[in-house]
Design a protein around this ligand. Structure first.
Ligand code: ADP
Length: 198
């Protein structure tokens, strides 16, 4: 079973790589950014609440995001693995995933199923220098991809998401990949690294 999490700053290529890797392992690609944008477009209650944060480049409050991810991971297609893109983005969210996996593990132990190495969470840290990120984001042109919001998102990433690198290093779940190469080259390094740790 493949359970993958992508860390990495905005513009690192998480979405592109997460989608390719999910296709390769035939598990759902779950992007919190995409789910939020769909909610905003549909003007759902969650969309209304999340919009002001997204527009500013701030993190949407944990409780909203965690409920949203929990609901998505309960769907049948996510029972046999997933690739998470954009979650967790802070220590609180990482603890939620840890808790969720340990609950699953206990359930499996009770049913006598063989559990997997490391409880099979693999964390990919996609590294790209800041100046490359900014130019990639400006050429993408999403509504939250203006210069001011981009700078703020990078700052939020450094402050809130980067501590997860240490968090997962300590748990020996971290794989760092150089994301400053072509899409194909990055996908190849990723597949190699994931195959070695599954
Ligand atoms: P990027 O990584 O390119 O900035 P995303 O599509 O992953 O873009 O996220 C866009 C926005 O959605 C973020 O700036 C944030 O406001 C919100 N968001 C996405 N995932 C989360 C999360 N796990 N926790 C809080 N907010 C989130």
């Amino acid at each position: 079973m493949v359970r993958l999490v992508f860390l990495g700053p905005p513009g690192a290529g998480k979405g592109t790589q997460a989608s390719l890797i999910a296709g390769f392992y035939q598990v759902p690609h779950i992007s919190t950014g995409d789910i939020l944008r769909t909610n905003v477009a549909q003007r759902s209650a969650l969309g209304w609440q999340a919009k002001e944060y997204i527009d500013k480049g701030d993190l949407v409050p944990d409780q909203l995001i965690i409920d949203m991810v929990e609901e998505r991971l309960e769907k049948p297609d996510a029972l046999h693995g997933w690739v998470l893109d954009g979650f967790p983005r802070n220590v609180g969210q990482a603890k939620f995933i840890e808790q969720l996996l340990s609950t699953n593990q206990n359930a499996n132990d009770i049913q006598g199923e063989k559990t997997q190495k490391n409880n099979s969470l693999i964390v990919i840290n996609l590294q790209v220098p800041d100046q490359v990120l900014v130019s990639r984001l400006l050429s993408r042109g999403r509504p939250d991809d203006n210069e001011q919001t981009i700078q703020h998102r990078l700052q939020v990433h450094h402050q809130q998401t980067e501590p997860l690198i240490e968090f997962y290093k300590e748990r020996q779940q971290l794989i760092t990949i150089d994301g400053n190469h072509s899409v194909e080259a990055v996908t190849n390094s990723l597949k190699q690294a994931v195959n070695q740790s599954c």
